[in-house]
Design a protein around this ligand. Structure first.
Ligand code: SF4
Ligand code: SF4
Length: 70
């Protein structure tokens, strides 16, 4: 299982890289541009900009994203 985790002081985002297919939906739906695709995998490079809206979690067709606030 290939899970990657990113943290701030208040929340944590985890992406299942076995499930992520790089379709970019999370990049498109995130209102604060938290995600970028690197090597066809989602990376929350701007995690500190997250406003905990849960759009990434709710719209990922692979259910690859886990967010501790969602
Ligand atoms: S929406 Fe899901 S499957 Fe698509 S790039 Fe983001 S994490 Fe990967
Ligand atoms: S919870 Fe909302 S603001 Fe935070 S990374 Fe996901 S889509 Fe972006």
């Amino acid at each position: 299982m290939d899970y990657k985790t990113w943290k701030t002081d208040t929340y944590k985002i985890e992406v299942d890289y076995d499930a992520c297919n790089g379709n970019g939906t999370c990049v498109e739906v995130c209102p604060t541009e938290v995600y970028e695709l690197l090597h066809d995998k989602a990376v929350p490079v701007n995690i500190e900009k997250c406003i905990e809206c849960c759009a990434c979690v709710d719209n990922c067709p692979q259910q690859a994203i886990t967010h501790t606030s969602c």
